[in-house]
Structure formats: structure tokens, C-alpha cells
Design a protein. Sequence first.
Length: 277
Amino acid sequence: MKHLRFFKILLFVSTLPFFLTLNTSAQDSAEAPKESRPESTDSASRQLIKNFLTVTGGKQLHIDLKNVVAAGVIEEAGRTKRFKLVETQDGKRKITYSWRHLGRNYEEVYAYDGLNAWTQKVKPKEEPVRNYSGRMAEHFKSQHWLLQPMVLPLKAAYVFKYQGIDKVSGRPAYVVVGYGKKNERTWFYFDQEKFLLTRWGGLGTIAGVEEYMDYSATRFAKVDGVLMPKEINLLAEGKPFGKLTFDDIRPNAPIDMAIFYASPSKVPVLRQRTAQP
């Protein structure tokens, strides 16, 4: 049965319709007027997602993976920070960054509870929770590091459309664009030979400029039977500007769902007497 499964995968490689468009850069299409959301996922995208799930551990193991809690190091703009990541299969996320600078400890939190995104500076001095909005917030909510929208429940919010063929680090890759529930788009690059997800991303903001911000997996490791990225390059307009390295990934960890929700502000609100007419 296992041999039959992989025969079907290989058969897909040789029979992928040649009439589908070959793109030199799949994300270039975003420069054109925004495409309307497809009514349903096309057969090529469904097959690529199926192949991806198969080669990375099997669909059932992905379904059983309800959350991941991970830790590691992020190198970005010449600065190194520790991070702790929590992602759930229904799309919630929380990232806590910590670093030391000029003898002081810093800590900052970004979170998305499924409806709203927020951020808070915790160290060196705790500040009030702020709403996290704009293009970068949309990127944070849509572009995950480990759990992708390939199985339910998160997958239910997406429609996928095959776009063509591109290259990731010189290797041919099939490109699929996913349309989220608010029509936010993510480009997924599946290696043409191994069907691993080697690159993904969408629009973000760097230094106030709207650019494509992508993630390119360079090393993988098995986590409870599921093959996941172990090292990820950060890309802006296709050029590297940083790197993520995971040194610990724990599947299905016991987590308190309250961590995704902003805590009430501790800043006192002064009452003022309403001026009398």
C-alpha cells in the first residue's frame, strides 16, 4: 500500500497538466489588479497539498497536531533575539521575543487570538497592551512558521489556486496561492521532487515599505512523526535578511488558551468630573 501511495505521487509529477502557466516569479502576479477569490480549490492544488501531507508524515498525524510550542533564535538586522512561539491548528499565534542590550533585558509579545491581534512591551518596563494593526499585523496573522493551513480547522478558511512553476534555491517548485478568509494571500512553494514546503509568504512591511516577506526552510526535523522546518531563512523581495533556528519544538503541549488574549491594562484611568453647562 505504501508503494502504491508513492507511485501515485510520482504519477502526479509526470502528469501535471502542461497547459498550466509557467511563472518566472509567482508573486509578480500580485502587482496586477488583485485577483478575485476562486470559488473552490482546484484539483492540482488539492493533489499538491495531499502529496505534502503524505511525505511529511501523513494526513492523520497533521490532523492530530493541535498545537506546537517552540523556542529558538532569530537573527535579523544584525541583532540576535531569543523567541518562544505558540501556534495552534485553528490559527492562533503568540510570539515572545527576548534580548539583552546595553546591560538591560528586553521582552516583547505579539499575539493573535483568532479575531484580534495585539502587542505589548513587557521589559525593561511593562507598558499597556496595544492593538496590532496594519499590513504587518495581517502578515503576522496569516504567515505561520510551523503549522500551515493544510488541514482542518484552519484549512476551512482557505481556497487554493495553482499558479505555475518557480524555483527555490535553484530547485523547481510548484506554486500554489492560498486565499484566507479575508482574501489575504499566501504563496506556497512545494518542491517538485520531494513535495516539501520549501518557501511560503506574503505581503508585509519592512521599515515602513510594503514588500513581499517570505520564509524559506533550509533544514527539517521530525516532530512526533511530522517533518517540520528546523531552520528558516527570512526573505524580503527574495533576498535574505535574517534567519530562524529552532532548538526545541514540542507538539500538543498543554497550553492555557488565555495566553492568546490581551490582559486588562494595569494603567490607572483617572476620573474627571463632567463640566456643568
